[in-house]
Design a protein around this ligand. Structure first.
Ligand SMILES: Cc1ncc(CO)c(N)n1
Length: 224
């Protein structure tokens, strides 16, 4: 059994919560309040800046050129394709690029990105990949699911988001991360696999908190 199959079993209850979260459901139905999406988009941009740094750290920690190249491709795709979707949305909302970059991270954004960066900086290469895999994997699953809803891909506001995350290219980046973790987990003792599983499930749970944070536009107590 591949390590990712074992993870797939463990993550089911959390994914179910993610897929049925009102933010995701309403985005698919096209009824999500654009103000919630605007809030999400800004926070997600901040998230992606740090997420991209995980790929850069992966390139530093890679044991061979083949893996280094994968990380460099992932870094490039995140900064140039995924983040460009956010920049286009920001422009539609009248938010400038510097406003985007300089926005304040919400508590959940900060906790999530710092947990990922901590795992990436202090852990092994496998721990780094375990931290980032839920991001790509769960978005791909959500993207595919929403793309099957009639007319969802053509929605004026949410269509581009669904198109990006259900795309073949995004699926390929998720698959790279899955294959990489399977490769790095091969032959590892159970104790290390449990540590990878722990990190993986924590960032999977953070994915839920991120949807919830966006839906409720959660900020710091005195900034509400
Ligand atoms: C919070 C979050 N998780 C995953 C992705 C996919 O890269 C994203 N853009 N944002």
């Amino acid at each position: 059994m591949k390590f990712s199959d074992r993870l797939l079993e463990k993550l089911q209850p959390i994914w179910r919560k993610n897929h049925t979260h009102p933010f995701v459901q309403e985005m698919g139905a096209g009824t999500l309040d654009p103000e919630k999406f605007r809030f999400y988009m800004i926070q997600d941009y901040l998230y992606l800046i740090d997420y991209a740094k995980l790929f850069a750290l992966g390139a530093v920690k890679a044991a061979d050129l083949e893996d280094m190249k994968i990380f460099s491709n992932l870094l490039h795709a995140t900064m140039n394709e995924e983040m460009s979707l956010h920049r286009q949305y920001a422009a539609r909302f009248g938010i400038s690029e510097s406003e985007l970059e300089n926005a304040a991270p919400s508590p959940v954004t900060l906790a999530y990105t710092h947990y990922m960066l901590h795992s990436a900086q202090n852990g092994t290469l496998a721990e780094l990949v375990a931290a980032l895999l839920p991001c790509a994997w769960s978005y791909w699953e959500i993207g595919k699911e929403l793309s099957e809803i009639p007319n969802a891909l053509d929605h004026e506001l949410y269509g581009d988001w669904i198109t990006m995350y259900s795309s073949k290219e995004f699926g390929q980046t998720a698959q790279w991360c899955i294959d990489l973790l399977d490769k790095l987990a091969e032959g590892k003792p159970e104790k290390e696999l449990l540590q990878l599983e722990k990190i993986f499930l924590n960032t999977t749970r953070f994915e839920y908190l991120f949807w919830n944070m966006a839906y409720h536009k959660e900020t710091w107590p005195a900034d509400e």
